[in-house]
Design a protein. Structure first.
Length: 139
C-alpha cells in the first residue's frame, strides 16, 4: 500500500480534502495523511463541501509535519507554494518522492457565503480531478 502525506500551510482545507479523497477513493490501495507547516483548525466549509459528496472529514485532525517524522511516505505532495518552499526534510531509509500540485487557498476567498462555498466546491473538484489523474494508474 502506498503511503502519502499532503502538505499545505494551515492543514485546514486543501490538504484535508486531499487526505479525504485518497482515503475514500483509493481505500485499501493508498493511505493518506495531511499536515500543515503552520497548523490551524479544520475549516467548516471544507467539511461542508466534502460532506456534500459523501466524504466525512469532520473527525480529521490538524497535524504538523513533526507528527510524522518517523513515518515513511512514498509521496509527499505539497498543495501550496508556502508548503513547497518550506517542506521539511523527512529522514527515512526510503526517500519520499516530492510532488507539487498547487491549488488556490479557499480559506482566503471573499464574497457572499454562497460565493465562498462555491469557491470551496471548485477547489474540491479540482483537487479530486488531479488526484484521480495522478493516482488512477495505481489502482
Amino acid at each position: 500500500m502506498l503511503n502519502v502525506l499532503f502538505l499545505c500551510t494551515g492543514n485546514s482545507c486543501r490538504s484535508q480534502m486531499a487526505e479525504g479523497f485518497v482515503n475514500h477513493d483509493f481505500a485499501g490501495k493508498i493511505h493518506a495523511e495531511s499536515a500543515g507547516t503552520k497548523p490551524s483548525v479544520l475549516n467548516k466549509n471544507a467539511i461542508k463541501v466534502m460532506e456534500e459528496i459523501g466524504i466525512d472529514i469532520s473527525r480529521n485532525t490538524v497535524n504538523s509535519p513533526d507528527d510524522f517524522q518517523d513515518v515513511e511516505f512514498d509521496y509527499i505532495i505539497t498543495l501550496c507554494e508556502h508548503a513547497r518552499e518550506t517542506c521539511p526534510l523527512f529522514l527515512s531509509e526510503r526517500p519520499s518522492k516530492r510532488i507539487h500540485m498547487g491549488f488556490p487557498d479557499p480559506a482566503l476567498f471573499t464574497g457572499s457565503e454562497e460565493e465562498i462555498v462555491e469557491g470551496f466546491r471548485k477547489v474540491r473538484d479540482d483537487i479530486r480531478k488531479k488526484l484521480l489523474e495522478f493516482f488512477g494508474s495505481f489502482s
